[in-house]
Design a protein around this ligand. Structure first.
Ligand code: NAD
Length: 285
């Protein structure tokens, strides 16, 4: 039976440490780290994410500035707000909750954020830095997955890693993180033939397809590390992931639960990035 990779416990521990660091830095520099959170429209899931991010900030001693904009906000207006926040000395991080309404181009919005304030790590500059092995601000979900993998104490050099999903926010930066850590990386996506064959040889699996139960427990190699990024709300209201947990956890060496695995780590890394950006702005490296 697999060891549980407990993202909730790691997250609690890291947030405690980040809170202490934020408090020391606030004393030293006379202001708290600041995160501006922008949400456009009224997607209920997005509002829950934003609420949790603001709560996480508050508990860690990071000041949050909330900008809740109506669904019919123009792209021009949003770009104007981002420009103001780029120049606001109290703001160290800027986060635009995705998805934005269809009349707004998310790439244009992301590229408008000062890369030094891009605490989601989505700006092409920050993705490029990671690709060039000089990470600056790193995408929160893959960064959180790396912290979870580190908890196993297993050396990643040469490990056969299979990532399922190739999105800009999870799969692609995850591949860059694992490559940087010395792993051998395969990225599977919707055009991949024979997903099962890839999974069966994987020593590390990162599941981020957004397809409930896509990865069957019996495909898992004995002793593999399984990190499940997927989040799906099921009929009874509870949450589940992309991996069949019950069967997978009989074969895996380590496995993340859903909830309580990757989810809390994503917000934790957002807090870590905000403090990192704060230190960079104050020249306190
Ligand atoms: P996305 O829809 O943007 O990308 C999904 C990727 O999976 C695509 O590259 C697609 O090609 C691939 N894919 C789809 N079906 C596939 C299949 N049958 N076989 C192989 N590959 C397939 O999704 P995303 O934004 O990357 O999110 C993925 C999942 O992770 C979702 O469930 C999302 O809710 C979750 N998520 C969780 C967190 C967290 O903090 N835990 C953060 C971000 C996303």
């Amino acid at each position: 039976n697999a060891n549980i990779l407990d993202g909730k416990a790691l997250s609690d521990r890291m947030r405690g440490e980040l809170g202490e660091e934020a408090s020391l830095l606030t004393k030293k520099h006379g202001r708290a780290p600041g995160l501006a959170v922008i949400i456009v429209g009224n997607d209920p899931a997005s509002h829950v994410y934003v609420k949790n991010k603001k709560l996480g900030c508050e508990k860690a001693g990071i000041r949050s500035f909330s900008h809740e904009l109506p669904a019919d906000t123009t792209q021009q207006h949003l770009l104007g707000l981002i420009s103001e926040l780029n120049h606001d000395p109290k703001v160290d991080g800027i986060l635009v909750q995705l998805p934005v309404p269809a009349h707004i181009n998310p790439e244009t919005i992301i590229e408008a954020i000062d890369p030094g304030k891009d605490v989601d790590g989505f700006h092409p500059y920050n993705v490029g830095r990671l690709a060039a092995r000089q990470p600056a601000l790193r995408s929160c979900t893959p960064y959180g997955c790396m912290k979870l993998l580190a908890e196993t104490g297993i050396d990643l050099h040469g490990k056969e890693c299979v990532i399922v999903g190739a999105s800009n926010i999870v799969g692609r930066p995850m591949a860059l993180e694992l490559l940087l850590a010395g792993a051998t990386v395969t990225v599977c996506h919707r055009f991949t033939r024979n997903l099962q064959q890839h999974i069966e040889r994987a020593e590390i699996i990162i599941a981020a397809a957004g397809k409930r139960g896509l990865i069957k427990g019996e495909w898992i190699r004995e002793g593999a590390i399984v990190v499940d990024v997927g989040i799906h709300r099921i009929e009874d209201g509870s949450l589940t992931g992309d991996v069949e947990f019950a069967t997978a956890s009989k074969r895996a060496g380590w496995i993340t639960p859903v909830p309580g695995g990757v989810g809390p780590m994503t917000i934790t890394m957002l807090l870590a990035n905000t403090i990192q950006a704060f230190k960079a702005h104050l020249g306190d490296e």
